[in-house]
Write a protein of this length. Sequence first.
Length: 288
Amino acid sequence: MYDLLLAPFVDYAFMQRALGGSLLLSLGACPIGVFLMLRRMSLTGDAMAHAILPGAAAGFLLYGLQIVPMAIGGLVAGALVALGAGLVSQLTVQKEDASMAAFYLISLALGVLIVSLRGSSVDLMHVLFGTVLALNDEALALIGGITCLSLGFLAIFWRALVAESMDPLFLRSVSRLGAPVHFLFLGLVVLNLVGGFQALGTLLSVGLMMLPAAAARFWTVRVGPMCALSVAIGFAACACGLLLSYHAALPSGPSIILSAGAVYLASVLAGPRGVLRSRVQRHRHRVA
């Protein structure tokens, strides 16, 4: 049992870094995913994950695989896409979801093109899918800083976030925090995606944000426990994914996301609000 579960993390520094970085990502990103889901903005997170690609690719084109230039580029690109999609929806008849889809598709194609101008297919795979097993001190510091910022924001604006997720019109009618909190929250989404792309890539970083949150929804209806459970699921998915990657020689990022996906599917079936429990309750109601 020791060789199976603990030895990889005890014996190898790269596994310790991968576990530490992925756990930090879960701690900051999973609660953000809960609020995205409650706001019915899950696909917005996916769109923003694609939107940061051209900025990260521009940083790669100028400085190579250095975390700070790529992170700054990704942050700027994500902010520009969010601003552009918002302006289009405000100034034209097009809805925000359609404009966001258009912008993120353009961003995805542009990012792949930029990486292809200088890098190889290996570099492209690194940007798209990350290298969690190659996290360095710089990347861990960036992820840790973003996690601390996320937790601080959640602690300060918790009540406003919950209120806006449940009834945004009510919050804006009784407080001036509605609009500022909304835009600050979107900025935090981009920051967490930027922190995640070094480990999981721009295509998979949103998976660690959304899958644990979606799984937790089947077990509780209260926001606080839902956030805590999503973090716990994220922790378990990271540990299981890294162990699966180590023992089966599989890519680490996809293994982490597939582990979270397995928990989600189990929650869909067996959770208190899942398929099986709902069918049993409906059957008992009919019999009664």
